[in-house]
Design a protein around this ligand. Structure first.
Ligand SMILES: [Zn+2]
Length: 90
């Protein structure tokens, strides 16, 4: 359920450096990671959060990356950093 993932975003934002204590809403393992991807200057873009264990996750569009968040620009090699995971849609 996407709702369950949305719920952990505030937790993630409180722990941007280390989200290793946050459980995956899908499989329950603490293997989550995230990246904000956006424009270098405005930091406006989207958020991807996924689980390295079960390879499920979410995609949230139109967000602003918090200052200390892990951030990639549109020019980065996203596919080298973000695994090919399934988006949870509803
Ligand atoms: Zn998982």
């Amino acid at each position: 359920m996407k709702k369950e993932w949305i719920k952990i975003i505030p937790k993630m934002i409180d722990n941007l450096d280390d989200i290793s204590q946050i459980k995956c809403p899908n499989c329950g393992e603490c293997e989550l990671d995230y990246r904000y991807i956006g424009d270098d200057k405005t930091r406006v873009g989207f958020l991807q959060m996924w689980c390295n264990k079960c390879l499920k996750g979410i995609y949230i569009s139109r967000v602003v990356a918090p200052e200390k968040a892990k951030f990639l620009s549109f020019d980065d090699e996203l596919e080298e950093i973000i695994p090919d995971y399934d988006f949870i849609e509803d």
